[in-house]
Design a protein around this ligand. Structure first.
Ligand code: FUB
Length: 343
């Protein structure tokens, strides 16, 4: 009898955990943080390359799972998704995909972004292609829900290294950002050292027309497209190789997604202890946010490192002329009230 009671109790706990998790593979509430909203926002796993998506009253945050041990560089096998409704408490939905789900890829669950269109969710991600198309490539997956399950939408890469022949290295086709313009057309930008842009077909899983190069000054990787008012923004991880050791974040603006792009300088400095940084921008419940990563988190005896990063968030403000105000990265993050707002 006692055993039956214990089994029933366990079953109830499992049910409760799965309800809390919400979507497929849900694993419940992320552990509470002493000062909700403080950075880093995820503390029980190393996470990188944040990509926010607002759907309804929820902000979903897609990240790469950093699993590097000792002095490994990047060990990234899967993408995770979290959600919030208040920017302070986060729900952990677990992994939405493993890089093995793209049968033609051989590894590296690098930077990603998801977008909602026509009632579906499309997830674009950088991976390492197998030997049939050597180099990095961009994959696209689709789901009916933001928390997955996502499935490979093509069974082949959307972008391969061979499609950008001007590039000088095998990892230039990484870090997709996807953006839908007011006329309904969707655009994909990506790159490392070179930045490219192309329109997507309405089916969201094919490139439509030419791939154009739009590399802004000091472009390194991690482009992010967004629009505020009449201005289009291309924000990216930048590196001035003459003066900087670690990546910073810079941006350019344009009157149309097709350009011309005008360089606007730095948005923020480097992430604490991190060579890489990766911007992700979203407007949620009337406020703008800039997601980044640093390497300041330690878990157990593992310190932050190039392959053990931690996602952060700061508020983002615009000047009256449409430029973005420089962002100071902080430990407090959004746990404290905004200092100023001149929108
Ligand atoms: O996380 C792996 C790679 O490091 C990303 O694709 C880049 O943006 C950099 O953050």
């Amino acid at each position: 009898m006692k055993r039956l009671h214990t089994l029933r109790r366990r079953a109830a706990l499992v049910l409760l955990a799965s309800c809390l998790g919400g979507g497929a593979g849900g694993v419940g509430a992320a552990p509470p943080i002493e000062r909700p909203g403080a950075n880093p926002i995820i503390r029980d796993k190393f996470t990188a390359d944040p990509a926010p998506l607002v759907s309804g009253d929820t902000l979903y945050l897609y990240v790469g799972h950093d699993e590097a041990q000792r002095d490994e560089m990047f060990t990234m096998r899967e993408w995770l998704v979290y959600s919030t409704q208040d920017m302070k408490t986060w729900r952990d939905h677990g992994a939405i995909m493993n890089v093995r789900d793209f049968k033609w890829a051989k590894g590296d669950a690098w930077a990603s972004q998801a977008i909602e269109k026509n009632g579906k969710f499309y997830f674009y991600a950088a991976v390492e292609h197998d030997a049939t198309q050597p180099g990095k490539a961009i994959a696209v997956a689709v789901s009916d829900r933001p928390t997955g399950p996502f499935v490979d939408a093509r069974g082949s890469a959307l972008v391969t290294n061979a499609m950008t022949p001007k590039g000088t290295h095998s990892w230039e086709d990484i870090d997709p950002t996807v953006f839908t313009d007011d006329d309904g057309s969707s655009w994909l930008a990506w790159g490392n050292r070179q930045c490219y842009i192309a329109r997507l077909k309405p089916n969201m899983i094919e490139i439509d027309g030419p791939i154009r190069e739009i590399t802004p000054p000091h472009f390194e990787e991690g482009p992010w497209l967004h629009k505020q008012g009449n201005t289009y923004y291309l924000t990216y991880a930048s590196l001035d190789r003459k003066t900087q050791r670690d990546e910073h974040v810079s941006y350019a603006t344009a009157p149309a997604v097709t350009g011309p792009w005008t360089y606007r300088g730095l948005l923020t400095g480097s992430g604490k202890y991190s060579f890489t940084i990766h911007p992700g921008i979203a407007r949620f419940k009337g406020d703008w946010y800039l997601f980044l990563h640093n390497a300041a988190l330690a878990i157990g005896d593992l310190n932050g490192a190039i392959g053990r990063r931690a996602v952060t968030v700061e508020r983002l403000h615009y000047n009256a002329d449409g430029t973005m105000q420089p962002v100071v990265q902080s430990d407090a993050g959004v746990s404290v009230a905004p200092v100023r707002d001149v929108r």
